[in-house]
Design a protein around this ligand. Structure first.
Ligand code: ZN
Length: 199
């Protein structure tokens, strides 16, 4: 005998595949949703489908944005010769929150992970190289996570772009090993940036 209605089971199943949501949380959310006013549920569903279909990559830094270029790249007050390389849009937003960084970004959307078959061409690395060829970048700050994948990616990028005479730096180890940038407080992030070391 099915414990729940087919509709509720389906909703729980859809929610349970989201990161960080186990079966228990999925049940809690599902029951919360079916008790919400229908207009709220509609608005939630619409926000999800519209975000999915309208968000695109910034043509310069590849962060997720609504327009052709993101607000950071479009800002002429930022230092476009300093490019910080991050793994994802959440990491970029973590650095933006510090309010200390005045350069621009490049979002890789992942890190090199041979175990999972993710190579340099599976992330936005070729796009970074193309961008560096086309612009007069003076410094590339590598701010990938301090996980094995993040370090592998940092080393790989450094080897590729140093011969071009561009200064390559790595954010300092104030960021704990294996730490996800987005979970780190703004003071620690600012310090890691200030204390970056040349590779
Ligand atoms: Zn951008």
């Amino acid at each position: 005998m099915e414990l729940y209605s087919g509709y509720i089971s389906r909703l729980i199943g859809e929610l349970a595949v989201l990161p960080g949501i186990g079966n228990k949380s999925a049940q809690r959310l599902a029951f919360h949703i079916i008790n919400m006013p229908p207009a709220k549920v509609e608005s939630l569903a619409k926000a999800m489908t519209e975000a999915r279909s309208n968000i695109k990559y910034c043509s310069e830094c590849f962060t997720l944005t609504d327009n052709d270029t993101c607000p950071v790249c479009a800002d002429q007050g930022r230092d476009h010769t300093q490019i910080m390389v991050v793994e994802n849009t959440r990491d970029m937003s973590a650095y933006e929150k510090t309010g200390k960084y005045k350069g621009v970004y490049h979002v890789l959307h992942g890190a090199i992970n041979p175990g999972l078959g993710i190579g340099p061409n599976d992330i936005k690395l070729p796009q970074l190289l193309k961008r560096l060829e086309a612009t007069d970048a003076k410094e590339v700050i590598i701010a990938t996570n301090s996980s094995i994948e993040g370090e592998t990616t940092a080393m790989y990028i450094s080897k590729l772009i140093k011969p071009a005479g561009i200064k390559v730096t790595r954010i300092a180890s104030g960021v704990p090993v294996g730490g996800e940038l987005e979970n780190i407080d703004e003071v620690t992030l600012s310090r890691a940036l200030d204390a970056r070391v040349e590779l």
